[in-house]
Design a protein around this ligand. Structure first.
Ligand SMILES: Nc1nc2c(c(=O)[nH]1)N[C@H]1C(S)=C(S)[C@@H](COP(=O)(O)O)O[C@H]1N2
Ligand SMILES: [Mo]
Length: 508
């Protein structure tokens, strides 16, 4: 099922923008799975009905559906052959079983059912009540049987999905416990990770406000937003994993995980964001990332003069792409990382275990490649990464945004003193000011917490004396360059949403 869903994602034509737009959202993976589920249910029902005419044809149809599932499964790098074979046999077996049962029911009722093939009797108004009820009983049995067939297919798909995902989690489980010094890898071998030469430490107390409901400065791994096209999370065996740097380089290099983490490790707090984040949305998060400087690794390979694009690729074939110039901006020295840890723990599987890219200032879809397998140096003209032919911008710096966390939109408050608070981000230009306006009134400056750096979001707060009635609260930020966040609303497509976050509250 998941495999068919993945194929649906892959095969979506570039013009199918809605599908592409949808895929960025967290709610959309369930949507795709639902779509596939409904399709399978319909196919099941169709085959069940068809089976009335020809049992042999129905069996062939089942074979074709299962074969399509197998072919799709083989596209998933983490699906094992025995698992796929098991799922296929289980599906064929249960489908044939249901068909046999259906066949039994059909022949048992065929004599009394024959009236239903008379067109006149299919019109309940003109038919004799007894034969009409017999016909509908037969129809009910067929629909039930067809439904059972569909449900069998769905259950088969869900079980397969759970098995594959469970496998992915087992592979990384020994690595997710937060002991970076020596984490046993059930996938093979033990990797000891040296400590960072430039640790980032814990954030100072004045970097956070103690306000109920404000987004934490550093988002715990379990709460971090997750976006990717992988319906089944890739599971990577760290002992055989390799990172290859190739393309327009003086000498191609290949690093094992051990070799990678022997290079100097540094730590940075970096806020990453999804281009599909709506104004006020939650597809953004801040974490401490530990990893190797991307530039260190690129220098080992020797980037050639004409290389204008960095194209990171994932083990599942997904690609990102950004200008090499982003790494060489004299006005903006920035450390892009090949990250191996998130908040002091090995990368969780969902966030790219064992290694991913973190590039300050760029939206995830052009940069933050999870389950990294290789990095190709090429030109901007020569290659368009995964989302570009699907209608998203080729170059995508994160736009300045601010969000009101408290009070919540639609909240009911009692009149009196309240804190309005939230976060604002403009990686990696930094945030200079945040302002709040109530009911279209004058912009008033909020108080900023101490920023961890230009690449991270910052918490803000302002005191509000709430008076009875309905109120609209609006926020805007000014980035480190002095550019004020635009009020003009745009949708996420194609290069990120613009506009001020606004909430409504009622005070009594
Ligand atoms: N391999 C892979 N990496 C990926 C993606 C993907 O689909 N596949 N999606 C990107 C997008 S669109 C975003 S916003 C970030 C999200 O990272 P997170 O899930 O760790 O928050 O991952 C990026 N890296
Ligand atoms: Mo994204």
């Amino acid at each position: 099922m998941a495999a068919v869903g993945a194929a649906v994602i892959d095969l979506a034509p570039p013009g199918a923008k809605q599908v592409a737009v949808g895929l960025f959202g967290t709610a959309d993976k369930p949507a795709i799975l639902l779509l596939v589920t409904l399709t399978v249910l319909l196919a099941g029902a169709g085959i069940g009905i068809w089976h009335r005419r020809s049992a042999a044809d129905a069996r062939i149809a089942i074979g074709l559906v299962v074969a399509a599932g197998v072919v799709a499964s083989l596209r998933i790098t983490s699906a094992s052959l025995p698992l796929v074979a098991f799922a296929a046999v289980a599906q064929i077996g249960s489908a044939i079983g249901v068909l046999a049962w259906l066949g039994g029911r059909a022949s048992a009722s065929s004599a009394s059912d024959s009236a239903s093939s008379d067109p006149a009797s299919s019109d309940p108004a003109s038919s004799d009540p007894a034969s009409a009820s017999q016909a509908s009983a037969g129809r009910r049995r067929f629909l039930m049987g067809a439904g059972a067939l569909g449900i069998t297919a769905v259950v088969g798909g869900v079980v397969g999905r759970v098995l594959v995902d469970g496998r992915a989690n087992r592979v990384a489980s020994g690595a997710g416990t937060g002991t970076p010094q020596a984490s046993g890898q059930p996938g093979g071998g033990t990797v000891s990770m040296p400590s960072a030469i430039e640790p980032a430490g814990t954030p100072p107390p004045d970097a956070s406000f103690a306000i109920d409901g404000i987004t934490p400065l550093v988002v715990p791994n379990a709460d971090f937003y997750r976006i990717d096209t992988a319906l089944v999370t890739p599971s990577v065996d760290i002992s055989t994993w390799r990172l290859k740097i190739h393309g327009m380089v003086d000498h191609e290099i290949t690093l094992s995980f051990d070799e990678l983490v022997q290079l100097p490790l540094i730590e940075r707090y970096v806020t990453i964001a999804c281009v599909s984040n709506e104004v006020g949305g939650r597809l953004v998060g801040n974490a401490k990332w530990t990893g190797v400087r991307l530039l260190d690794v690129l220098e080992m390979a020797g980037v050639q003069a004409g290389a204008t694009q960095v194209v990171p690729r994932s083990v599942d074939g997904w690609t990102a792409g950004f200008p090499t110039a982003w790494l060489h901006d004299p006005a903006h020295p920035r450390d892009a990382l090949i990250a191996v840890q998130m908040n002091g723990a090995p990368l969780p599987v969902e966030h790219g275990y064992p290694a991913r890219l973190i590039v300050p200032g760029l939206y995830g879809y052009v940069s933050a490649t999870k389950w990294l397998s290789d990095i190709e140096l090429t030109t901007l003209d020569a290659f368009d990464a995964y989302w570009v032919p699907r209608g998203w911008a080729k170059e995508a710096p994160i736009l300045t945004q601010s969000r009101i966390d408290v009070p919540g939109d639609g909240a009911s408050l009692t009149a009196g003193a309240h804190a309005i608070a939230g976060v604002a981000w403009a990686p990696d230009r930094g945030i200079k000011t945040v302002e709040v306006a109530v009911d279209g009134g004058p912009w008033k400056p909020a108080t900023l917490a101490t920023a961890l750096g230009k690449a991270t979001w910052v918490q803000w707060k302002i005191a509000w004396d709430a008076t009875p009635g309905q109120h609209i609260v609006e926020v805007r930020a000014t980035d480190g360059n002095g550019d004020v966040q635009t009020a003009e609303r745009t949708p996420p497509d194609p290069d990120g949403s613009r506009g001020h976050h606004r909430i409504a509250v009622s005070v009594s």
